[in-house]
Design a protein around this ligand. Structure first.
Ligand code: ARG
Length: 469
């Protein structure tokens, strides 16, 4: 005897209803309801194609379209009742459609399975997310470029090993992140191009005997073409993995910028100021201004790279084609996408908000003998010393300055000549941090004139991209 409470969408041959825990572990509606717009978009394209191919009647297709529009409106309006017993978004939508339009709803699932349906919905969702991420990346890049141009001549220490290395410009430092984000955009764009094939019509796994037109649905849904192998179509989640991988790398970049903001904001550095819009106080220490937003942006890479690893492990070793394991793909991916967007927006806000403290940066840039390389280069250029020897001579001069507690540019010429008699007072022209950065005009170098040129080139490029996107 058939138990009437068995699942009404697939319960035909079931005798008793599911255990409550079976229902609970099986249900994805709690998170896949986020794909409702994509699910309905896909169903409308499918119904339209079925009618054009004469597989269902035009009248039924019209009813289906009307019903789906209403379902979408109910979901958008918050009046839709999601039911756990209906497992997922696909069956929740279809069941409500049947309440609204009756028997015609039963024709929508012709030549389709939840396997190609979920592959389609998830792909559309990820593709939408990639488009939104791209726009957010462009905004962050524009904020960085504007700050870089405004502070093209602000001098700060450049670090290696977080030890003062050579003076650089703040604008140059910010433009380094623009380069990273540009590569990130490239990775998302590449992933998007590969994911832009429609799996709809692969049906359960083998294709269908109905005379469907997969090119028609692919085009209607903005895909370049339909996928070529029905098994791969329902088994593939590369598009999510690639997006998560691109997101992990981009989140890693955000974490490095975040870390620098955290360091620059410490009283010990004092390189930048963030207003109260982007800092928080302590409940016990009244003097505190904590960079919580930067710290959280720094942390997001953990969650995002964890999601990438998690999905990679879910997919590892799965036999073709669909297995329910793959339902584990969505919840964490949605979470990663959401958190990445929050981090991008917060970082953009912080970049627009922050102001450098040029005096503090300048003072730090001069400390730690940061122009020692300029001195060595001068010895090579003017005295024709081999670089290795110049390096050695400079080392001795730095040592004597250190012993006297002086900076290089304050060390008397006599002390330098004690190490290398041919040094003249002309050497002082290369020892200031201003001259040091101004001299670095090699392609990609830190000189303010380079920075201004690069910032302007980026502005133009971003402006053009904004117009075309
Ligand atoms: N909720 C399912 C998922 O997210 C939809 C596909 C179900 N397919 C199936 N053959 N049970 O993966």
């Amino acid at each position: 005897m058939t138990d009437k409470s068995a699942n009404k969408m697939w319960g035909g041959r079931f005798e008793v209803s599911n255990d409550d825990l079976m229902v609970a572990i099986n249900a994805s509606i709690g998170f896949d309801k986020a794909m409702a717009p994509q699910d309905i978009r896909g169903s409308k394209a499918h119904a339209d194609m079925l009618a054009r191919q004469g597989i269902i009647s035009k009248a039924d297709a019209k009813e289906i379209q009307r019903g789906l529009d209403q379902v979408l409106a109910e979901i958008a309006g918050g009046t839709f009742q999601f039911k756990l017993a209906l497992e997922d978004i696909h069956m929740n939508v279809e069941s409500r459609l049947s309440e609204l339009i009756g028997p015609a709803s039963g024709r929508l699932h012709t030549a389709r399975s939840r396997n190609d349906q979920v592959a389609l919905d998830f792909r559309l969702y990820v593709r939408d997310a990639v488009d939104a991420i791209d726009a957010a990346l462009l905004k962050l890049m524009a904020a960085l470029v504007a700050k870089a141009e405004a502070h093209a001549d602000v001098i700060m220490p450049g670090f290696t090993h977080l030890q003062p290395a050579q003076p650089v410009t703040f604008g140059h430092h910010l433009l380094a992140y623009v380069e990273m984000l540009a590569r990130d955009r490239g990775r998302f764009t590449d992933a998007r191009a590969r994911m832009n094939e429609s799996p709809l019509g692969a049906a359960a796994l083998a294709g269908t005997s109905f005379p469907i037109d997969r090119h028609m649905t692919a085009e209607a849904l903005g895909f370049d073409r339909p996928t070529s192998n029905s098994l791969d179509s329902v088994a593939d989640r590369d598009f999510a993995l690639e997006t998560l991988a691109a997101m992990s790398i981009a989140a890693m970049h955000l974490s490095r910028l975040s870390e620098e903001i955290v360091i620059w904001m410490t009283p010990q550095f004092g390189f930048i100021k963030l207003t109260d819009r982007w800092t928080t106080g302590s409940s016990i220490m009244p003097q505190k201004r904590n960079p919580d937003a930067a710290e959280l942006c720094r942390a997001k890479v953990g969650r995002i790279a964890g999601t990438f690893q998690g999905l990679l492990m879910v997919m590892k070793g799965l036999p073709l084609t669909y297995s329910k394991d793959m339902q584990e793909d969505k919840e964490t991916t949605f979470d990663a996408i959401h958190n990445f967007n929050v981090a991008l927006a917060a970082m953009t806000g912080m970049i627009l908000d922050l102001e450098p403290v040029p005096a503090a940066m300048h003072a730090a840039a001069g400390r730690g003998y940061s122009t020692a390389t300029d001195l060595a280069d001068w010895l090579v250029r003017e005295l024709k010393l081999p670089f290795r020897e110049a390096h050695h001579v400079t080392g001795s001069i730095v040592k004597s300055a250190e012993t006297k507690g002086l900076g290089l540019e304050d060390l008397p010429l006599a002390d330098m000549q004690a190490v290398e008699p041919r040094i003249t007072k002309a050497v002082f022209s290369v020892l200031s941090v201003e001259n040091s950065v101004a001299s670095r005009i090699s392609h990609g170098g830190t000189a303010p004139q380079n920075v201004r040129k690069m910032a302007r080139a980026w502005s133009k490029r971003l402006e053009k991209l904004r117009q075309t996107s």
